[in-house]
Design a protein. Structure first.
Length: 379
């Protein structure tokens, strides 16, 4: 759902000592200039030490058939799309991170998907300490701010590739829906995507490269992007995303996860048993069906990043209030009214009150069927 946006820089990083391999990042938001953390490890800390090597092995992300492995063990993405923006603002803010991580752990979430790089090393450290992984997204044109167009995204990769919170590097979000951003020719995007993926491979052999594609990619996308290791697909097919599994298996043998799927909690019209207006039951029912389909197809689908963690007041109008969507009913594949009510997608309300769908996610993520954990491990 998110594509391009600007985020303020609030941290800076530097290297300490010629032989040091700790990348220390000083949080300058508080003006102290003091080192907030030194958790990034890229090679041996000192001659004869194997601790960083062991850490690298434990966090190395590789492939086995269609599956993602972390440290040699299968990793099922039980994820959430996370872009915390306070009420009244339009800027991402991690002030509620500690609370949010506790809620995520309660729900069995193991992966956070963000739409722009996290520069604050303290944020990455806290995510790592909580035992969660992050999918870091890079935009194409962010005016030179760690973007693909300028090539500065690779600076971020080189700086943070040793951080144990990183799961995947993700290039672009639903850009196939926007040929106008690429001179009307999506080949320009896929060529840029493939080149960026190779640049990452050249500097970071321990992580995989993904992209978030809107729906099933066509032959052009696949043929021009062979360097993409894992395909994320944003899939809104009512409450039946599992139909994409067989379609994907017919065109690719690479890993697939749903980089977005979900439902909002507002009904633009009444349909079946769901009444118009705020309707948490509709969101909960759709979420349950979506997750069942994901885990029932675990031999093809390596998990999901549900959209989204918390309601987002900044999307559709006044940032201080929750606005309903403006799409015509039944103009999209969003259950159950076909309307993307953009400010109602959260599993939580803006004040972190849990919606009914949160309880569904908690039950499903904490009790992933065994077949979804052991499916299709082929070396």
């Amino acid at each position: 759902m998110l594509s391009m946006f600007k985020l303020p820089k609030i941290a800076s990083c530097f290297f300490i000592g010629a032989l040091s391999v700790l990348t220390a990042c000083a949080n300058i938001d508080n003006g102290t200039g003091k080192i907030a953390s030194a958790s990034l490890v890229t090679s041996a800390m000192s001659k004869g030490s194997n601790t960083p090597l062991l850490q690298e092995q434990e966090n190395e992300v590789t492939l086995a058939g269609r599956q993602i492995l972390v440290g040699g063990s299968q990793y099922t993405i039980k994820g959430i799309c996370y872009h915390p923006v306070p009420q009244g603002s339009d800027q991402r803010d991690f002030a509620t991170l500690t609370q949010d991580l506790a809620i995520m752990k309660e729900a069995g979430i193991n992966t956070i998907r963000v739409y722009a790089p996290i520069e604050e090393i303290a944020v990455l450290d806290e995510i790592d300490a909580a035992g969660l992984k992050v999918i870091i997204g890079f935009g194409y044109n962010q005016e030179g701010d760690y973007d693909i167009l300028s090539g500065t995204f690779i600076d971020y990769v080189e700086r943070y590739k040793g951080h144990s919170a990183i799961l995947l590097w993700e290039l672009g979000n639903e850009y196939n829906y926007h040929p106008e951003w690429f001179e009307g020719d999506l080949s320009n995007w896929y060529n840029a995507l493939n080149k960026a993926a190779q640049m990452i491979h050249d500097v970071d052999p321990t992580h995989l490269v993904s992209t978030a594609h809107g729906e099933l990619p066509d032959e052009l996308a696949l043929s021009l992007s062979p360097n993409v290791d894992v395909w994320g697909l944003n899939v809104y097919r009512w409450d039946q995303p599992g139909t994409i599994a067989a379609e994907w298996a017919a065109i690719s043998d690479k890993p697939l996860f749903l980089s977005e799927a979900g439902a909002d909690s507002y009904m633009a019209v009444s349909k079946d048993q769901y009444s118009i207006g705020d309707n948490q039951q509709a969101q909960a029912d759709a979420t349950e069906n979506i997750l069942d389909e994901v885990f029932d197809n675990a031999d093809i689908i390596s998990g999901v990043a549900l959209f989204a963690f918390v309601d987002e007041f900044w999307k559709a109008g006044d940032n201080d209030v929750q606005d309903i969507g403006t799409e015509r009913p039944f103009s999209s594949g969003v259950p159950y009214d076909g309307t993307a009510n953009e400010e109602y997608w959260g599993l939580l309300e803006i004040d972190r009150t849990r919606k009914q769908a949160f309880n569904v996610v908690k039950e499903k993520f904490l009790n992933v069927p065994q077949r979804a954990i052991t499916a299709n491990i082929a070396y």
